[in-house]
Design a binder for this molecule. Sequence first.
Ligand SMILES: C[S@@+](CC[C@H](N)C(=O)[O-])C[C@H]1O[C@@H](n2cnc3c(N)ncnc32)[C@H](O)[C@@H]1O
Length: 219
Amino acid sequence: MRGGQRSALVENPVRTANYLAERDSRIAALRGLLASLLRDHERIVLEIGCGHGHFLTAYASAHAGAPFCAGLDIISERVRRANRKCARAGLDARLAFIHAEAAEFLSVLPGHVRLADVFVLFPDPWPKRRHHKHRLIRGEILDGLAERAAPGARLCFRTDDREYFTAARATIGGHARWRIAGGDPAASWPFEYATVFQEKAAGYQSLVAVCESSRGACG
Ligand SMILES: C[S@@+](CC[C@H](N)C(=O)[O-])C[C@H]1O[C@@H](n2cnc3c(N)ncnc32)[C@H](O)[C@@H]1O
């Protein structure tokens, strides 16, 4: 929610009530969808901010034995196009794209589901300091991911924004339950396939972090 919208909601109780009712109904629908979609899946590979789904479709195609793959995006048209791609590739049984916001998704992910690996590729950098709270790599999201991560789960992050990379590395490195893998990230990167934003980027940086049960509560 933008700052202007928030102040309008604070000032207008009817709009606040409508906003809360819409949010509750959206979250209830998401809870129902995930309960049914993930009923038979104890582990999933998750991509947050999947755009048109190129990366995860290629990943699922290349990994026939991988856990169920789920891609999230807040833009419904991107999710529709991603699901068309998934159907054309005949991957419906192993891959789905979901219209959902990351924090809301984590809040209603069924209790039996654990995250095997998580990809966050070229997320919006939100360059202005006052907008950093919208970044996907932030404490609240890292907490939620760690709470649902299987032991040894990897968080794979890639961006072409140098400042965001530095900030994300500090945030992840300072988190109690994520340890940044040493060595060359290119060597530990699980699967190379250029996303739409990667194709446009002049350069980029990557990191792989591992969820450690000894440092907290993964799994
Ligand atoms: C810059 S695009 C990158 C898309 C794709 N990963 C790529 O590399 O081509 C970032 C995507 O993240 C989505 N997004 C932003 N915030 C999100 C959130 N909180 N939850 C889920 N998706 C989000 C946006 O709608 C957008 O499609």
